[in-house]
Write a protein of this length. Structure first.
Length: 391
């Protein structure tokens, strides 16, 4: 089939999908998105707050768009085949090189098609927009397309990353933040483009929530918090935090808070009233551990399985056991030992699946139960390793 015919199919499916996206997002999120009539080719960049972010783009843009997505979505059998047939996303290997994805982005934009990706690469853990690769500005400058920045508000508290697939209904908004035609981009430096993207996409969910105090109603709204917040702010114990319903407590000292629908904690002995501030404090503790680390492990987690991601469509189990981080290496199941100096990237999918790139190879670490793997990325960034967040 000719390229034009395939693209026509993708355009028709996009047009048919948009009304369904509008209805579903309105029901689940109370989503209201600005409708954009911008014509392609467009390079759309959006902040990344929830699993449903691509749906917000579908609802908001009449122009058919190709998404950059994690390669694991192409390893789901018939579902992946249907996804490729319907929209043919651009695969990006988590924890690996982005070169192939960048080449395909440029190819499609040069062909007159539109592309969307989330430059942070990973959903925000604490509601604050993450840094993105400096090469993003270069890509926007040379691609020949109109750069469009799109920002969502409220999506993080509707679908916190630490809560897994759990959804809470509050209020989500989405709108185009900036439009930069090719001639405008040519007059800007790569640094100026990056600054504009960062300004347009920046969102602090808790700063907004403190002003608006919108309730995000759901069930068991604290459950999963220990996949991010694993350190007690009162006694300093690690891996002793437990969540149940709306309660979050330390099993070592009894410190406890309740997570409210507005996204804030309450409690008699409360030290931090939100996830963002608690996480910032915890990052400082991780940095301190890395700075003082000797020959003993910095972190260790049992009950994980290691996979070798051999192609964009396959993965092979290497064994089950423990993952252990030392100041100079990662030890994983199957006898796999990776010197930190050889890491080429690390990333996380969902709440805990961790991807590790090294010397052209890619590994996936999957935990059996609740496990904070995000701490490995934080620690490795303090130890000087490349922790990759986006394309």
């Amino acid at each position: 089939m000719e390229h034009a015919d395939i693209h026509r199919r993708h355009t028709i499916i996009w047009a048919l999908t948009r009304p369904a996206a509008d209805a579903i997002l309105a029901a689940k999120f109370n989503f209201r998105g600005e409708k954009s009539g911008l014509k392609g080719p467009l390079l759309i960049l959006s902040n990344h707050c929830s699993d449903w972010d691509p749906g917000f783009i579908v609802s908001s843009f009449r122009e058919q768009v190709y998404f950059v997505t994690s390669e694991h979505l192409l390893r789901l059998g018939p579902i992946s085949k249907l996804l490729v047939w319907a929209q043919d996303p651009i695969a990006r290997q988590k924890g690996g090189s982005a070169a192939a994805a960048v080449r395909e982005i440029l190819r499609r934009l040069k062909s007159g098609y539109s592309v969307c990706f989330f430059p942070e690469g990973n959903r925000t853990w604490d509601g604050v927009t993450r840094p993105f690769p400096p090469a993003t500005g270069k890509l926007a400058k040379i691609c020949g397309a109109t750069l469009v920045t799109y920002k969502t508000e409220g999506a993080y508290l509707s679908n916190p990353r630490w809560a897994g697939p759990s959804l809470r209904r509050g209020r989500v908004r989405g709108a185009v933040a900036g439009v930069y035609p090719p001639e405008k981009l040519r007059s800007m430096t790569e640094g100026e483009i990056n600054d504009a993207i960062a300004l347009d996409l920046y969102e602090d969910a808790f700063a907004r929530a403190r002003t608006e105090m919108t309730p995000f109603a759901g069930e068991r709204i604290a459950e999963g918090l220990e996949t991010l917040l694993f350190t007690c702010p009162k006694c300093g114990a690690m891996h002793r935090m437990v969540s149940a319903d709306d309660l979050f407590y330390c099993s070592a000292c009894g410190y406890r808070v309740r997570y409210q629908p507005t996204g804030f904690f309450t409690g008699r002995d409360m030290i931090f009233d939100n996830v963002r501030d608690w996480n910032y404090w915890q990052d400082g503790k991780i940095e301190e551990l890395c700075r003082e680390a000797g020959k003993e492990p910095i972190f260790q987690d049992d009950g994980v399985e290691l996979f070798s991601v051999t192609t964009s469509r396959g993965a092979r189990s290497l064994g089950r056991g423990s993952i252990t981080l030392y100041r100079d290496r990662l030890e994983m199941p199957g006898g796999v030992v990776i010197p930190l100096c050889e890491l080429t990237g690390m990333s996380i999918r969902g709440a805990s699946d961790m991807f590790i790139g090294v010397s052209g190879d890619s590994y996936q670490v999957c935990a059996d139960g609740v496990c904070c793997t995000a701490k490995y990325l934080t620690a490795c960034s303090y130890l000087g390793c490349p922790v990759s967040f986006g394309v």
